[in-house]
Write a protein of this length. Structure first.
Length: 333
């Protein structure tokens, strides 16, 4: 009989400013990048709830939190978001990962080989690795687990997407546009090797959502600024509905007005410095949640930039592929 608890489990985690995407052999899980910290134990059954009993993260011992969408439902204005802090990924990465892992079938022991990415690995990569690695004794759904994590790869964001798309596009001299919630990143690749990159940390899709939330028409309708989470969910659903209590109203007209402004003021300045490289590029590819914005495909196509299949998942799937290769290499030794 195979002892599944003792197996080294490869996983890829794309800890985004908007959502964490976790890919393993068992499933693909997406959770909002929200954390709601609690002063006392939560009732059983709350999705995303974690108790940190003991382990290598001394700062988390005896703490409990809810991660993901239920953090928003329970905490609303008191939630911590990855996008709120330039150190958000190292500060909240483990909490979000454990909240996502809590939705898997219970195991007494997890031995995880994890591949992750970050938008600036030189300044944040070591901190993210330190925050994740080690042994973490936790309680999920009233059952205890020991989660041991070894970070087997820490990549610049976008590299995972190139791994995913290497058979779908000519990546000999590719440019990748990563349109994230909190950052816009442009990278060049010679095969799987990144040769250059630039990023804007304050100009992702969150900026577009802010523009919509503070628009006169939104404030006139709601008598306050719009809720950023509800606006993002309405955009993702492509219905532009605002929550559940406004069935006869949506914000599509505001979105259509603000999208070109965001492209001109935020996206274009990030893309423009790369114009001289476009003519020799073998592929121009857009990924990230921003590549799924309604109406963005036609705007990008004018620049010859293509959106390939599942741009939201491309980076996480590539990270999982790499983690699987690393595990195979370790097991072969």
């Amino acid at each position: 009989m195979i002892d599944y608890d003792s197996l080294l489990q490869p996983m890829g985690a794309d800890i985004g400013n908007g959502q964490l995407k976790l890919v393993s052999a068992m499933s693909e899980t997406r959770t909002e990048s929200y954390i709601h910290e609690l002063d006392e134990r939560s009732p059983d059954g709350v999705k995303g709830y974690v108790e940190y009993l003991r382990g290598d993260r001394a700062d988390l011992i005896s703490k409990q939190w809810i991660g993901g969408i239920n953090a928003y439902y329970n905490g609303l204005t008191s939630i911590r978001r990855v996008t709120d802090d330039k150190q958000g990924k190292p500060n909240l990465g483990l909490q979000l990962f454990l909240s996502a892992l809590s939705e898997y079938a219970h195991r007494d022991q997890w031995n995880i080989a994890l591949a992750v990415s970050v938008h600036d690995s030189k300044t944040l990569g070591s901190a993210l690795k330190r925050s994740l690695e080690g042994s973490h004794h936790v309680r999920f759904r009233n059952k205890e687990s020991i989660v041991s994590i070894k970070v087997v790869a820490g990549l610049e964001e976008g590299t995972g997407a190139i791994i995913t798309y290497q058979k779908q596009a000519d990546i000999t001299n590719a440019i990748l546009y990563d349109l994230g919630n909190g950052t816009l990143i442009v990278s060049s690749f010679n095969g799987l090797k990144m040769t250059d990159r630039s990023y804007s940390q304050n100009g992702g899709v969150e900026k577009l959502i802010d523009q919509i939330a503070t628009h006169d028409a939104i404030r006139e309708r709601l008598l306050k600024e719009g809720d950023r989470h509800l606006i993002r969910k309405g955009i993702e659903a492509q219905t532009f509905t605002y929550g559940t209590q406004h069935p006869d109203w949506n914000f599509e007209s505001v979105y259509r007005e603000e999208l070109p402004k965001w492209v001109k003021a935020v996206l274009a300045p990030t893309v423009r410095p790369w114009e001289d490289r476009r003519d020799s590029a073998t592929a121009l590819i857009a990924v990230g949640g921003g590549a799924q914005l309604p109406g963005i495909e036609s705007l990008l196509s004018k620049k010859g930039i293509k959106i390939l299949a599942d741009p939201l998942w491309a980076n996480a799937r590539g990270l999982y592929t790499l983690a699987s290769r690393k595990v195979a290499q370790m097991e072969a030794k």
